[in-house]
Design a protein around this ligand. Structure first.
Ligand code: HEC
Ligand code: HEC
Ligand code: HEC
Ligand code: HEC
Ligand code: HEC
Length: 165
Protein backbone atom coordinates (compact mmCIF):
# COMPACT_ATOMS: atom_id res chain seq x y z
CA UNK A 1 0.00 0.00 0.00
CA UNK A 2 2.75 2.41 1.00
CA UNK A 3 4.89 1.48 -1.98
CA UNK A 4 2.01 2.38 -4.28
CA UNK A 5 1.66 5.68 -2.49
CA UNK A 6 5.38 6.44 -2.52
CA UNK A 7 5.16 9.23 -5.06
CA UNK A 8 2.27 10.74 -3.18
CA UNK A 9 4.29 10.50 0.03
CA UNK A 10 7.16 12.40 -1.50
CA UNK A 11 4.76 15.04 -2.79
CA UNK A 12 3.44 15.38 0.75
CA UNK A 13 6.96 16.02 1.97
CA UNK A 14 7.57 18.78 -0.55
CA UNK A 15 4.27 20.40 0.19
CA UNK A 16 4.92 20.16 3.93
CA UNK A 17 8.23 21.97 3.61
CA UNK A 18 6.74 24.96 1.85
CA UNK A 19 3.93 25.64 4.31
CA UNK A 20 4.58 27.90 7.28
CA UNK A 21 4.31 26.56 10.83
CA UNK A 22 0.73 25.88 11.77
CA UNK A 23 -0.35 26.71 15.29
CA UNK A 24 -3.44 24.94 16.49
CA UNK A 25 -5.52 26.28 19.36
CA UNK A 26 -5.20 24.65 22.75
CA UNK A 27 -8.19 22.34 23.21
CA UNK A 28 -10.54 22.88 26.15
CA UNK A 29 -9.38 20.35 28.77
CA UNK A 30 -11.72 18.79 31.38
CA UNK A 31 -9.64 20.44 34.14
CA UNK A 32 -7.89 23.75 33.63
CA UNK A 33 -4.41 22.31 34.20
CA UNK A 34 -1.35 24.54 33.81
CA UNK A 35 2.15 23.32 32.95
CA UNK A 36 3.42 26.79 33.82
CA UNK A 37 2.36 26.33 37.47
CA UNK A 38 3.59 22.75 37.83
CA UNK A 39 6.58 22.31 35.52
CA UNK A 40 7.50 26.01 35.69
CA UNK A 41 6.76 27.47 39.14
CA UNK A 42 6.83 24.20 41.08
CA UNK A 43 9.70 22.88 38.92
CA UNK A 44 8.27 19.39 38.72
CA UNK A 45 10.21 17.26 36.24
CA UNK A 46 8.35 16.11 33.13
CA UNK A 47 8.92 12.48 34.08
CA UNK A 48 7.41 12.92 37.56
CA UNK A 49 3.99 13.11 35.86
CA UNK A 50 4.69 11.52 32.47
CA UNK A 51 6.07 8.17 33.52
CA UNK A 52 7.00 5.92 30.60
CA UNK A 53 4.61 3.11 29.65
CA UNK A 54 5.84 -0.42 30.31
CA UNK A 55 7.48 -0.71 26.89
CA UNK A 56 9.04 2.74 27.27
CA UNK A 57 7.73 3.65 23.80
CA UNK A 58 5.34 6.25 25.13
CA UNK A 59 4.58 8.44 28.12
CA UNK A 60 1.48 8.28 30.28
CA UNK A 61 -0.71 11.25 31.20
CA UNK A 62 -1.42 11.40 34.95
CA UNK A 63 -4.80 10.63 36.46
CA UNK A 64 -6.72 12.10 39.39
CA UNK A 65 -5.32 9.75 42.07
CA UNK A 66 -1.82 10.97 41.28
CA UNK A 67 -2.79 14.65 41.35
CA UNK A 68 -4.54 14.14 44.71
CA UNK A 69 -1.21 13.28 46.36
CA UNK A 70 -0.86 17.05 46.52
CA UNK A 71 -4.35 18.32 45.96
CA UNK A 72 -5.92 16.49 48.88
CA UNK A 73 -4.30 19.37 50.77
CA UNK A 74 -3.40 22.09 48.21
CA UNK A 75 -5.93 24.63 46.85
CA UNK A 76 -8.85 22.40 47.93
CA UNK A 77 -11.28 25.34 47.90
CA UNK A 78 -10.68 26.08 44.19
CA UNK A 79 -13.43 24.99 41.73
CA UNK A 80 -10.97 23.17 39.43
CA UNK A 81 -9.59 21.19 42.38
CA UNK A 82 -13.14 20.29 43.48
CA UNK A 83 -13.66 18.89 39.98
CA UNK A 84 -10.42 16.97 40.34
CA UNK A 85 -11.49 15.54 43.72
CA UNK A 86 -14.79 14.50 42.12
CA UNK A 87 -12.93 12.51 39.43
CA UNK A 88 -10.75 10.93 42.12
CA UNK A 89 -13.67 9.92 44.33
CA UNK A 90 -15.61 8.30 41.49
CA UNK A 91 -12.35 6.81 40.12
CA UNK A 92 -13.36 8.06 36.69
CA UNK A 93 -10.67 8.54 34.10
CA UNK A 94 -10.09 12.23 33.40
CA UNK A 95 -10.91 12.55 29.68
CA UNK A 96 -7.82 14.62 28.76
CA UNK A 97 -8.03 15.78 25.16
CA UNK A 98 -5.01 14.62 23.16
CA UNK A 99 -2.87 17.31 21.58
CA UNK A 100 -0.20 15.37 19.67
CA UNK A 101 -1.26 12.19 17.98
CA UNK A 102 0.17 10.33 15.01
CA UNK A 103 -1.77 8.15 12.59
CA UNK A 104 -1.45 4.45 13.46
CA UNK A 105 0.67 3.67 10.37
CA UNK A 106 3.61 5.65 11.76
CA UNK A 107 6.15 3.99 14.08
CA UNK A 108 7.27 6.37 16.79
CA UNK A 109 9.04 5.74 20.06
CA UNK A 110 9.82 8.23 22.82
CA UNK A 111 12.43 5.85 24.16
CA UNK A 112 14.45 6.02 20.94
CA UNK A 113 14.42 9.80 20.98
CA UNK A 114 15.28 10.04 24.68
CA UNK A 115 18.20 7.68 24.01
CA UNK A 116 19.26 9.94 21.13
CA UNK A 117 19.18 12.97 23.48
CA UNK A 118 16.38 14.72 21.62
CA UNK A 119 14.88 17.03 24.26
CA UNK A 120 11.13 17.35 24.86
CA UNK A 121 11.34 21.04 23.93
CA UNK A 122 12.53 20.23 20.38
CA UNK A 123 9.23 18.56 19.60
CA UNK A 124 6.77 20.04 22.11
CA UNK A 125 8.07 23.59 22.58
CA UNK A 126 8.63 25.42 25.88
CA UNK A 127 6.02 23.41 27.78
CA UNK A 128 7.16 24.62 31.23
CA UNK A 129 6.27 28.17 30.19
CA UNK A 130 2.86 27.27 28.81
CA UNK A 131 -0.43 27.81 30.57
CA UNK A 132 -2.09 25.48 28.04
CA UNK A 133 -0.62 22.93 25.67
CA UNK A 134 -1.30 23.35 21.98
CA UNK A 135 0.32 21.80 18.97
CA UNK A 136 3.13 24.29 18.59
CA UNK A 137 5.10 22.07 16.27
CA UNK A 138 3.39 20.12 13.52
CA UNK A 139 4.40 16.47 13.69
CA UNK A 140 4.33 16.04 9.94
CA UNK A 141 6.48 13.67 7.92
CA UNK A 142 8.36 16.68 6.53
CA UNK A 143 9.32 17.76 10.01
CA UNK A 144 10.36 14.27 11.15
CA UNK A 145 12.49 13.81 8.06
CA UNK A 146 14.15 17.24 8.18
CA UNK A 147 15.31 16.70 11.76
CA UNK A 148 16.49 13.18 10.90
CA UNK A 149 18.52 14.64 8.05
CA UNK A 150 19.97 17.37 10.27
CA UNK A 151 20.92 14.90 13.02
CA UNK A 152 22.03 12.16 10.66
CA UNK A 153 19.33 9.73 11.82
CA UNK A 154 17.78 7.15 9.45
CA UNK A 155 15.45 8.44 6.70
CA UNK A 156 14.49 5.26 4.80
CA UNK A 157 10.71 4.84 4.46
CA UNK A 158 10.88 1.72 6.66
CA UNK A 159 12.31 3.77 9.54
CA UNK A 160 8.85 5.13 10.28
CA UNK A 161 6.51 2.89 8.24
CA UNK A 162 6.12 -0.86 8.14
CA UNK A 163 6.36 -1.72 4.46
CA UNK A 164 4.15 -4.47 3.01
CA UNK A 165 6.07 -7.37 1.51
C1 HEC B 1 3.74 18.03 43.76
C2 HEC B 1 2.43 18.58 44.09
C3 HEC B 1 1.41 18.74 42.97
C4 HEC B 1 0.94 17.78 42.10
C5 HEC B 1 1.36 16.32 41.98
C6 HEC B 1 -0.09 18.41 41.31
N1 HEC B 1 -0.23 19.72 41.67
FE1 HEC B 1 -1.60 21.03 40.95
N2 HEC B 1 -0.79 22.52 42.05
C7 HEC B 1 0.22 22.37 42.97
C8 HEC B 1 0.56 23.67 43.54
C9 HEC B 1 1.63 23.97 44.60
C10 HEC B 1 -0.33 24.60 42.94
C11 HEC B 1 -0.41 26.11 43.18
C12 HEC B 1 -1.45 26.32 44.24
C13 HEC B 1 -1.70 27.79 44.52
O1 HEC B 1 -1.18 28.64 43.82
O2 HEC B 1 -2.49 28.05 45.45
C14 HEC B 1 -1.18 23.84 42.03
C15 HEC B 1 -2.21 24.40 41.29
C16 HEC B 1 -3.12 23.66 40.54
C17 HEC B 1 -4.31 24.19 39.90
C18 HEC B 1 -4.79 25.63 39.97
C19 HEC B 1 -5.72 25.78 41.15
C20 HEC B 1 -6.31 27.18 41.18
O3 HEC B 1 -7.38 27.38 40.62
O4 HEC B 1 -5.64 28.07 41.75
C21 HEC B 1 -4.93 23.15 39.23
C22 HEC B 1 -6.21 23.20 38.43
C23 HEC B 1 -4.10 21.98 39.44
N3 HEC B 1 -3.02 22.33 40.24
C24 HEC B 1 -4.36 20.74 38.90
C25 HEC B 1 -3.53 19.63 39.03
C26 HEC B 1 -3.71 18.39 38.31
C27 HEC B 1 -4.85 18.10 37.34
C28 HEC B 1 -2.70 17.57 38.69
C29 HEC B 1 -2.41 16.17 38.19
C30 HEC B 1 -2.22 16.07 36.76
C31 HEC B 1 -1.89 18.29 39.64
N4 HEC B 1 -2.42 19.55 39.81
C32 HEC B 1 -0.80 17.76 40.31
C33 HEC B 1 0.86 21.19 43.31
C34 HEC B 1 0.66 19.96 42.69
C1 HEC C 1 1.99 17.89 37.38
C2 HEC C 1 2.03 16.96 36.29
C3 HEC C 1 2.69 17.32 34.98
C4 HEC C 1 4.00 17.76 34.76
C5 HEC C 1 5.07 18.07 35.80
C6 HEC C 1 4.16 17.83 33.33
N1 HEC C 1 3.00 17.48 32.69
FE1 HEC C 1 2.69 17.39 30.70
N2 HEC C 1 0.70 16.97 31.00
C7 HEC C 1 0.11 16.81 32.23
C8 HEC C 1 -1.33 16.68 32.06
C9 HEC C 1 -2.36 16.53 33.17
C10 HEC C 1 -1.57 16.73 30.66
C11 HEC C 1 -2.93 16.65 29.95
C12 HEC C 1 -3.60 18.03 29.94
C13 HEC C 1 -2.94 19.02 29.02
O1 HEC C 1 -2.72 18.71 27.83
O2 HEC C 1 -2.61 20.13 29.49
C14 HEC C 1 -0.27 16.90 30.02
C15 HEC C 1 -0.07 16.98 28.65
C16 HEC C 1 1.18 17.07 28.05
C17 HEC C 1 1.41 17.01 26.61
C18 HEC C 1 0.35 16.82 25.55
C19 HEC C 1 0.13 15.32 25.34
C20 HEC C 1 -0.87 15.01 24.25
O3 HEC C 1 -0.46 14.63 23.14
O4 HEC C 1 -2.07 15.16 24.49
C21 HEC C 1 2.76 17.14 26.42
C22 HEC C 1 3.48 17.14 25.09
C23 HEC C 1 3.36 17.32 27.72
N3 HEC C 1 2.38 17.27 28.68
C24 HEC C 1 4.71 17.51 27.92
C25 HEC C 1 5.29 17.81 29.15
C26 HEC C 1 6.67 18.22 29.32
C27 HEC C 1 7.67 18.37 28.19
C28 HEC C 1 6.85 18.45 30.66
C29 HEC C 1 8.10 18.95 31.37
C30 HEC C 1 8.58 20.25 30.89
C31 HEC C 1 5.57 18.15 31.32
N4 HEC C 1 4.66 17.80 30.37
C32 HEC C 1 5.35 18.22 32.70
C33 HEC C 1 0.76 16.77 33.45
C34 HEC C 1 2.07 17.16 33.67
C1 HEC D 1 11.13 13.59 18.41
C2 HEC D 1 9.96 14.31 18.85
C3 HEC D 1 9.51 14.14 20.28
C4 HEC D 1 10.24 14.26 21.44
C5 HEC D 1 11.73 14.53 21.60
C6 HEC D 1 9.31 14.09 22.53
N1 HEC D 1 8.05 13.86 22.04
FE1 HEC D 1 6.37 13.56 23.12
N2 HEC D 1 5.31 13.15 21.42
C7 HEC D 1 5.82 13.21 20.14
C8 HEC D 1 4.85 12.68 19.20
C9 HEC D 1 5.04 12.57 17.70
C10 HEC D 1 3.72 12.29 19.97
C11 HEC D 1 2.46 11.59 19.47
C12 HEC D 1 2.80 10.10 19.51
C13 HEC D 1 1.72 9.18 19.01
O1 HEC D 1 0.59 9.60 18.76
O2 HEC D 1 2.02 7.97 18.85
C14 HEC D 1 4.04 12.61 21.36
C15 HEC D 1 3.19 12.39 22.44
C16 HEC D 1 3.47 12.74 23.76
C17 HEC D 1 2.58 12.59 24.89
C18 HEC D 1 1.18 12.00 24.82
C19 HEC D 1 1.31 10.51 25.03
C20 HEC D 1 0.02 9.74 24.97
O3 HEC D 1 -0.05 8.77 24.18
O4 HEC D 1 -0.94 10.05 25.66
C21 HEC D 1 3.23 13.03 26.01
C22 HEC D 1 2.70 13.07 27.42
C23 HEC D 1 4.56 13.45 25.58
N3 HEC D 1 4.66 13.26 24.21
C24 HEC D 1 5.52 13.96 26.42
C25 HEC D 1 6.86 14.10 26.09
C26 HEC D 1 7.92 14.37 27.05
C27 HEC D 1 7.73 14.57 28.55
C28 HEC D 1 9.09 14.41 26.33
C29 HEC D 1 10.51 14.57 26.84
C30 HEC D 1 10.92 13.63 27.90
C31 HEC D 1 8.75 14.17 24.93
N4 HEC D 1 7.40 13.98 24.83
C32 HEC D 1 9.66 14.15 23.88
C33 HEC D 1 7.07 13.70 19.79
C34 HEC D 1 8.12 13.89 20.68
C1 HEC E 1 14.14 17.18 16.64
C2 HEC E 1 14.66 16.04 15.91
C3 HEC E 1 13.77 14.87 15.59
C4 HEC E 1 12.45 14.89 15.21
C5 HEC E 1 11.52 16.10 15.03
C6 HEC E 1 12.07 13.53 14.97
N1 HEC E 1 13.13 12.69 15.21
FE1 HEC E 1 13.11 10.63 15.07
N2 HEC E 1 15.04 10.56 15.63
C7 HEC E 1 15.85 11.65 15.91
C8 HEC E 1 17.18 11.19 16.26
C9 HEC E 1 18.37 12.06 16.63
C10 HEC E 1 17.15 9.77 16.15
C11 HEC E 1 18.31 8.80 16.38
C12 HEC E 1 18.29 8.36 17.82
C13 HEC E 1 19.41 7.34 18.06
O1 HEC E 1 19.30 6.24 17.51
O2 HEC E 1 20.34 7.69 18.76
C14 HEC E 1 15.78 9.41 15.78
C15 HEC E 1 15.36 8.11 15.61
C16 HEC E 1 14.08 7.73 15.19
C17 HEC E 1 13.65 6.37 14.94
C18 HEC E 1 14.51 5.11 15.10
C19 HEC E 1 15.40 4.97 13.89
C20 HEC E 1 16.26 3.74 13.93
O3 HEC E 1 17.30 3.76 13.27
O4 HEC E 1 15.89 2.76 14.59
C21 HEC E 1 12.35 6.43 14.51
C22 HEC E 1 11.44 5.27 14.10
C23 HEC E 1 11.97 7.83 14.49
N3 HEC E 1 13.05 8.58 14.92
C24 HEC E 1 10.73 8.29 14.09
C25 HEC E 1 10.37 9.64 14.08
C26 HEC E 1 9.07 10.13 13.66
C27 HEC E 1 7.92 9.28 13.17
C28 HEC E 1 9.11 11.49 13.81
C29 HEC E 1 8.01 12.51 13.53
C30 HEC E 1 6.73 12.27 14.15
C31 HEC E 1 10.42 11.84 14.31
N4 HEC E 1 11.16 10.71 14.45
C32 HEC E 1 10.81 13.15 14.58
C33 HEC E 1 15.47 12.98 15.88
C34 HEC E 1 14.20 13.46 15.58
C1 HEC F 1 11.19 10.04 10.05
C2 HEC F 1 9.88 9.46 9.85
C3 HEC F 1 9.34 9.22 8.47
C4 HEC F 1 10.01 8.75 7.35
C5 HEC F 1 11.49 8.44 7.21
C6 HEC F 1 9.01 8.60 6.32
N1 HEC F 1 7.77 8.95 6.79
FE1 HEC F 1 6.01 8.88 5.76
N2 HEC F 1 5.02 9.72 7.34
C7 HEC F 1 5.60 10.04 8.54
C8 HEC F 1 4.59 10.68 9.38
C9 HEC F 1 4.81 11.21 10.79
C10 HEC F 1 3.38 10.69 8.65
C11 HEC F 1 2.01 11.21 9.10
C12 HEC F 1 1.97 12.71 9.15
C13 HEC F 1 1.89 13.30 7.76
O1 HEC F 1 1.04 12.88 6.97
O2 HEC F 1 2.70 14.21 7.48
C14 HEC F 1 3.69 10.07 7.35
C15 HEC F 1 2.77 9.90 6.33
C16 HEC F 1 3.02 9.22 5.15
C17 HEC F 1 2.03 8.92 4.12
C18 HEC F 1 0.56 9.30 4.18
C19 HEC F 1 0.37 10.68 3.71
C20 HEC F 1 -1.02 11.18 3.97
O3 HEC F 1 -1.27 12.34 3.67
O4 HEC F 1 -1.86 10.45 4.51
C21 HEC F 1 2.67 8.26 3.12
C22 HEC F 1 2.06 7.71 1.84
C23 HEC F 1 4.08 8.15 3.50
N3 HEC F 1 4.25 8.75 4.74
C24 HEC F 1 5.05 7.57 2.72
C25 HEC F 1 6.41 7.58 3.00
C26 HEC F 1 7.46 7.16 2.08
C27 HEC F 1 7.20 6.61 0.69
C28 HEC F 1 8.65 7.35 2.72
C29 HEC F 1 10.07 7.14 2.15
C30 HEC F 1 10.37 7.99 1.02
C31 HEC F 1 8.35 7.88 4.05
N4 HEC F 1 6.99 8.01 4.18
C32 HEC F 1 9.30 8.15 5.03
C33 HEC F 1 6.91 9.81 8.91
C34 HEC F 1 7.92 9.36 8.08
Amino acid sequence: MLAALAVFGVMQTMRGQTTTTQTAEAPQQPINFSHKIHAGGQQMGCDSCHTPTRSGENYTIPQAGFCMQCHAAIATDKPEIKKLAEYASTSDTIPWVRVYELPSFVNFSHRTHAAGNVACVECHGAVAEREHIYRETEMTMARCVSCHQAKKAAVGCDTCHTLQK
